[in-house]
Each structure stands twice: as structure tokens, then as C-alpha cells.
Write a protein that binds this ligand. Structure first.
Ligand SMILES: NC(=O)c1ccc[n+]([C@@H]2O[C@H](COP(=O)([O-])OP(=O)(O)OC[C@H]3O[C@@H](n4cnc5c(N)ncnc54)[C@H](OP(=O)(O)O)[C@@H]3O)[C@@H](O)[C@H]2O)c1
Length: 250
């Protein structure tokens, strides 16, 4: 394969949850630019429509918290003829609550969306990937997969879990050509991190914690995401790729 072929997504279908905003949107655009047809999931139709623009793909308006979300998203992908070869589990929430204030509801919602949904949504598409003997699952981990941050107990538990889920997915499915990896982003400006980037002191502090000396820009995710979705990643599985400017190296 030529380097161009290695990283091409021509002929590939990709499902991206949280594709209407932030990190999911950036990855959806990267995959579309590389030739993939994209199916993007979120609750706000307008954000999905904006992401799609003129691109080849479909917008799936769905609440991932619904019990039948994996089945209904599968049906929507089937209807659009975009059964994914690549799945990016980017939808997530961070309740930013102190341990003393986390209720059972907050805990369950966080674990459900950030950890259970990536598993059950991936699981429903695995038979298709097995049939093709080719698939890529990309989970989104976090600095909080390894570090404890203020008001991050539920979020951190879910992101610690997603790292181990990624390794367990790799163990379960890689023999069938399905590589499961995760991107662990540093701080990127999105709706989720509005509280961080809205406070100059806090965002400067996080920038200073990196080796590079700045926080992430969404375009920093293009290369790593394309790599994990590509043929170039054929012997890389169960790994957590820290895209954090060296935050975790210091
Ligand atoms: N930004 C960072 O610095 C950073 C760092 C580490 C990890 N992450 C992770 O990156 C991922 C993406 O976050 P982001 O930073 O890009 O924030 P974001 O823009 O707020 O993205 C979250 C996405 O999840 C979707 N979503 C939330 N609840 C949903 C539900 N019940 N059903 C369907 N979709 C739902 C949202 O769309 P709707 O509201 O329209 O449903 C939105 O598109 C998350 O897993 C987050 O934990 C982000």
C-alpha cells in the first residue's frame, strides 16, 4: 500500500457519536475529508445538519441514553446504507460535581453515556465488522482516565473505565480484524470545557502543564484520529493515545 492508500478512507463508513459538536465534529470532518461516508449522532438536529453541510452522510437525531439507542441507531444506519466500519464514541458528559454532591442519578447518567453506551453501541456493529474482518473502534478517554481532577469523580470513573474497556474490546475482537483504541485528549475548547476556557487563569494553568505550552486545537486531532481509523493501524490495538501536548509526559 502507498502512504496515501494507507490513510485513505475511500469506501469506508464511519459512525461518530457526538458528531454535531466539538471533538466528534472535528473527527467527522477529518474522516469525510479522507473519503468516508459519515453517520453522526446527537440530540440537536441543527448541530448535526451544520456538521454535515454538503458532505456525504446522514444525521441521526437520537438520545443515546434511551434503552433502545443501539438498536435504533443500527436501524438508522441500515436505512441510510451506512453500516459503519469505523465507530467513534465521542458523545459524553461531565457533570463537574464534587464527590459530596454526586447523586445516584448523576452517577448513573455519567457512567451510562460515557462508558456503557460506547460498549453496547460498538457491540451491535461488531458482527458486521467480523464479517468484513476489518473494523476500527475509537473511544474517547481523557486526562482523567489516569488523573484525579477537582469535581471529576463520576467523570473520572467513567474515563478510567473507558481505558480498560478499550483494552478489553481489543482482547475480545482484534483477532477478527477489529482494532480498538482510544484517544485521550488534553484540554480542547468545546462546549464541554466552557468552564475551563471561560476562565483565563485556569486555561493558562492547563496550557502550562503541557510540554508544548498550549492547550489543544481541534485540528490537532485530525492526524491521530485518521491513523486509528486507517489501515496504518493494523497492528495497533488496545492502546490509549494521549493527544495532550505532553501533559501526561510531565
Ligand atoms: N474537550 C476536551 O478538552 C475533552 C478532553 C478529554 C475528553 N473529552 C471527551 O471528548 C468527547 C467529546 O466531548 P467534547 O469536548 O467535544 O464536548 P461536546 O462538544 O460537548 O460534545 C459532547 C457531544 O455529546 C453529545 N451528547 C451528549 N449527550 C448525548 C445524548 N444523551 N445523546 C446523544 N448525544 C449526546 C452532544 O450532542 P447533543 O447535545 O446535541 O446531544 C455533543 O455533540 C467526550 O467524551 C469528552 O468526555 C473532551
Amino acid at each position: 500500500m502507498t502512504p496515501q492508500q494507507l490513510f485513505s478512507m475511500n469506501g469506508k463508513n464511519a459512525l461518530i457519536t457526538g458528531g454535531g459538536t466539538g471533538i466528534g465534529k472535528a473527527i467527522a470532518h477529518a474522516f469525510s475529508d479522507a473519503g468516508a461516508r459519515i453517520a453522526i449522532v446527537g440530540r440537536r438536529e441543527a448541530m448535526l445538519t451544520e456538521t454535515l453541510e454538503e458532505r456525504e452522510g446522514t444525521a441521526i437525531v437520537a438520545d443515546l441514553m434511551a434503552d433502545d439507542a443501539p438498536q435504533s441507531i443500527y436501524a438508522a444506519c441500515e436505512a441510510a446504507d451506512i453500516i459503519p466500519d469505523v465507530i467513534v464514541n465521542a458523545a459524553g458528559l461531565n457533570p463537574r460535581k464534587h464527590a459530596d454532591d454526586v447523586t445516584a442519578d448523576v452517577w448513573q447518567q455519567t457512567i451510562h453515556l460515557n462508558l456503557s453506551v460506547p460498549f453496547f453501541l460498538s457491540q451491535i456493529f461488531v458482527p458486521h465488522m467480523k464479517q468484513k474482518q476489518w473494523g476500527r473502534i475509537i473511544n474517547i478517554a481523557s486526562l482523567q482516565s489516569n488523573r484525579a481532577f477537582t469535581n471529576g469523580i463520576a467523570y473520572g470513573a467513567s474515563k478510567g473505565g473507558i481505558s480498560q474497556l478499550t483494552r478489553a474490546m481489543a482482547e475480545a475482537w482484534s483477532k477478527d480484524g477489529i482494532m480498538a483504541n482510544a484517544i485521550a485528549p488534553g484540554f480542547f475548547p468545546t462546549e464541554l470545557t466552557a468552564a475551563v476556557f471561560g476562565d483565563e487563569e485556569v486555561s493558562k494553568h492547563h496550557a502550562s502543564m503541557t510540554c508544548i505550552g498550549r492547550n489543544g486545537e481541534l485540528s490537532d486531532l485530525t492526524g491521530p484520529a485518521l491513523f486509528l481509523a486507517s489501515d496504518a493501524c493494523g497492528f495497533v490495538t488496545g492502546q490509549i493515545v494521549n493527544v495532550d501536548g505532553g501533559y501526561t509526559a510531565k
